[in-house]
Design a protein around this ligand. Structure first.
Ligand code: ATP
Ligand code: MG
Length: 272
């Protein structure tokens, strides 16, 4: 594909800029593909000696993402790094204001409630995660509606906050490919059945097989590899075959949290 892009740009005398998002995930998952090498030496490898690609921007969550690259890749990678700090309370407030204008009728969300959500989401353990703040707003709205309240109150936010967990947000789940969604579902179900912080690979495997059969879907070919993909997305933790779990939650919060994940995934599967 890269060659086709370069051919198009050079033949039409157009310039291009490549932006690779979540590059740390790609490097972890596809270590052998050497995408960094190819993308940083475009002019060297293009047959005509130039590619018309004026730059490549890599976006990573992990600031240490380059540590597993080889020397040739590191050497051709630029040294300019821009660090985006976590959102502050004020910045989260701006985002929440903007989004609540689209989502709610006027008067449903007060500035006071927005401030509260922004404060909760800008301090530990959430540390400025905008997706978490948006989830908090969304679920608080759902609770207010369920309780027949015309407005979102701080108590709705508090209730949701005590039941949500920062490690897996709705956006994470929404963006997951279907086959991984069923697998995450299987991990959550197995953890819920066993009520332990970790479960064995074989236990997940049997839950997963049942889920695939009941939903009439084709299981993934390599289950461990797919679990590894979930781990690379930081949705689960894997410590060998025997210890697979969901990270970042205390044992007592785990059960509640797993219920929540199961409900969210079920909703997506139902609607798909
Ligand atoms: N200015 C904004 N207005 C409206 N929504 C926003 C704004 N900024 C962020 N969001 C919402 O918050 C989500 C997360 O934003 P964030 O900036 O953390 O994404 P990101 O930089 O891609 O994060 P990650 O590193 O986790 O991929 C976005 O997908 C969007 O839904
Ligand atoms: Mg992103």
């Amino acid at each position: 594909m890269l060659n086709a892009v370069i051919k198009f740009l050079t033949s039409t005398k157009k310039l291009g800029l490549i932006i690779v998002d979540e590059v740390d995930y790609h490097c972890k998952r596809y270590r052998k593909e050497k995408i960094i090498y190819d993308l940083t030496r475009l002019d060297e490898t293009a047959p005509q000696g130039y590619s018309n690609i004026v730059g490549v921007i890599f976006i990573a969550r992990d600031p240490k993402w380059t540590k597993n690259l080889d020397e040739a890749e590191i050497s051709s990678l630029g040294r300019i790094q821009i660090k985006f700090n976590p959102y502050t309370s004020k910045q989260l407030k701006d985002i929440l204001m903007e989004r609540s204008k689209i989502a709610f009728k006027p008067g449903v969300v007060s500035e006071e409630v927005i401030d509260f959500i922004a404060d909760v989401s800008s301090t530990p353990p959430i540390n400025g995660d905008a997706r978490y703040a948006l989830d908090l707003l969304l679920y608080s709205g759902i609770i207010a509606e369920q309780r027949g309240s015309q407005r979102i109150k701080a108590e709705h936010v508090r209730l949701v906050h005590s039941n949500l967990c920062p490690t897996i947000t709705s956006e994470d789940i929404n963006e997951l490919p279907q086959k991984l969604l069923y697998l995450l579902f299987a991990v959550a179900k197995t953890l819920k059945t066993h009520q332990t912080p970790y479960v064995h690979f074989n236990e997940i495997k049997s839950t997963y097989q049942i889920i695939c059969e009941t939903n009439n879907i084709k299981p993934v070919r390599d289950l461990y590899e797919a679990l590894d993909d979930l781990a690379a997305r930081e949705l689960i933790t894997i410590k060998g075959f025997t210890k697979i779990g969901i990270s970042g939650v205390t044992t007592e919060a785990l059960l509640h949290y797993i219920d929540d994940i199961i409900r969210r995934i079920e909703k997506i599967i139902e609607n798909s």
